[in-house]
Write a protein that binds this ligand. Structure first.
Ligand code: XUL
Ligand code: CO
Length: 453
């Protein structure tokens, strides 16, 4: 760590113009930093051009509000370990405003251009929906002011439709239509807020849209209701002229035993089934992908293959664990393969790389927040540089295309074009016998990837 104990940040007793992170100045690009200088960027150099675009443009980093400004380090076995100096222990609007000022100071010093939030992250719920909305309005006005002052923009907003007890059976897929109507009212306000703050996207993550037992669940009805709910959201988006991209974030389970938005392919099939494909893209979170039993980059690759990769919740789990630990992405190999897909599809905009990640509950100091984000940004910067070489040199692509060369002509081309018949297939095999045994060369591909890392 960069600082000696004497320089560590102290909690400040601050007022309106207070500085919340007095021990940290703007994080600098310092390529020759020593191994223990972790409050710097060694690779992320925002204005550096890679394949004709700046790093900042390719990466579009965003800080999430829920982990970084509402996370307290609690887990199912232990209470809070983290106490931030701007928290006064109340869930008041006044405290929410102070917290938001701290957040924008953090974004600015870190040098990210985007943030993201759930409606309930930024303002407390009131006794009625009207009260809740009034609380939210106060924080939205402050957010608008701080966005203007700092130039930080909203990558995406979302509605928290999973935390309150009313949503215990789900929101769009609740057995109780009144609850679904409540969720509709909440999303209506959420869309207005997103519109007001110029959100570039709006996310739907269905944490409780799923089942815990098939015995008490009408699966078809619930999925029909989910589609109807999305249609209402699309209609209202169009009505108010909100231009942000709608995103669905897949997750296979947790908190629900099975979530309907299981993975990219499941979401794409759902959208296709209900005629909703054109209104949505996918926000892939790799820790959810691995929770679904897939390799880290699987959902990114699948969504991108169908032109449906909209944004990424950049994080990771621990490969030896089976749950969603939301760690900062620090693995250069993983960030390289993700950025390879991002480059191949021409970028992520209007999406970005949103750090849906939290410092460990044992990382309790303010500077840990900066170090975690800066190190993850650096890891993605390295991934970007590696991936740019992979794509521009084209060697891996050439090897891949070689595997499929039989599809370019003859019977392969006829099958692919939908022109061949089963009778023709039979004749070909009778005439030529068994196929040749060809190698997949997996180790060759793995060795090539390692060359770039
Ligand atoms: C939960 C998760 C959410 C979504 C937004 O696992 O990833 O925070 O990103 O609701
Ligand atoms: Co997420």
């Amino acid at each position: 760590m960069a600082q000696a104990p004497a320089k560590r940040m102290k909690p400040s007793n601050s007022t309106r113009d207070e500085e919340f992170f007095p021990g940290v100045s703007q994080i600098q690009y310092k390529p020759d930093a020593g191994p223990d200088e972790t409050l710097v960027f060694r690779h992320y150099n925002p204005q550096q051009e890679i394949l004709g675009r700046t790093m900042e443009d390719w990466l579009r980093f965003s800080v999430c509000y829920w982990h970084t400004f509402r996370g307290v380090g609690s887990d199912p076995f232990g209470t809070a370990t983290i106490k931030r100096p701007w928290e006064n222990g109340t869930d008041s609007v006044e405290n929410a405003k102070r917290r938001m000022r701290a957040a924008f100071e953090f974004y600015t010093k870190l040098g990210v251009k985007y943030w993201s939030f759930h409606d309930r992250d930024i303002a407390p719920e009131g006794a009625t929906l009207a009260e809740t909305n009034a609380n939210l309005d106060q924080l939205v006005e402050l957010a608008a002011e701080l966005q203007k002052k700092t130039g930080v923009k909203l990558l995406w907003a979302t509605c928290n439709l999973f935390n309150h007890p009313r949503y215990m059976h789900g929101a769009a897929t609740s057995c109780d239509a009144y609850v679904t109507a409540y969720a509709g009212a909440q999303v209506k306000k959420g869309l207005e807020v997103a519109h007001r703050l110029g959100a570039e996207n709006f996310v739907f993550w269905g944490g409780r849209e799923g089942y815990n037992s098939l015995l008490n669940t009408d699966v078809k009805a619930e999925l029909d209701h989910m589609a109807a709910f999305f249609r209402m959201a699309v209609a209202y988006k169009e009505k108010i002229g909100f231009k942000g991209q709608f995103l669905i974030e897949p997750k296979p389970k947790e908190p629900t035993r099975h979530q309907y938005d299981y993975d990219s392919q499941t979401v794409m099939a759902f959208l296709h089934q209900y005629g909703l494909t054109q209104y949505f893209k996918i926000n892939v979170e790799p820790n959810h992908t691995t929770l679904a039993g897939h390799p880290y980059e699987h959902d990114v690759v699948f969504a991108s293959a169908y032109g449906m990769l909209g944004s990424i919740d950049a994080n990771t789990g621990s490969p030896d664990l089976g749950w969603d630990t939301d760690q900062f992405p620090m693995d250069i190999r993983n960030c390289t393969v993700i950025m390879k897909t991002v480059i191949e599809q021409g970028g992520l905009a209007p999406g970005g790389l949103n750090f849906d990640a939290k410092v460990r509950r044992e990382s309790t100091e303010l500077q840990d927040m900066f170090i975690a984000h800066a190190a993850a940004m650096d890891t993605f910067a390295r991934g970007l540089k590696n991936a740019a070489r992979i794509v521009s040199e084209g060697v891996m692509r050439k090897s891949l295309l070689t595997r499929y060369v039989s599809w370019n002509s003859g019977m392969g081309a006829r099958i692919a074009a939908g022109e061949a018949t089963l009778e023709e297939c039979e004749k070909l095999i009778h005439d030529h016998g068994e196929p040749k045994n060809t190698s997949a060369h997996q180790e060759h591909f793995e060795a090539m990837l390692n060359h770039y890392i």
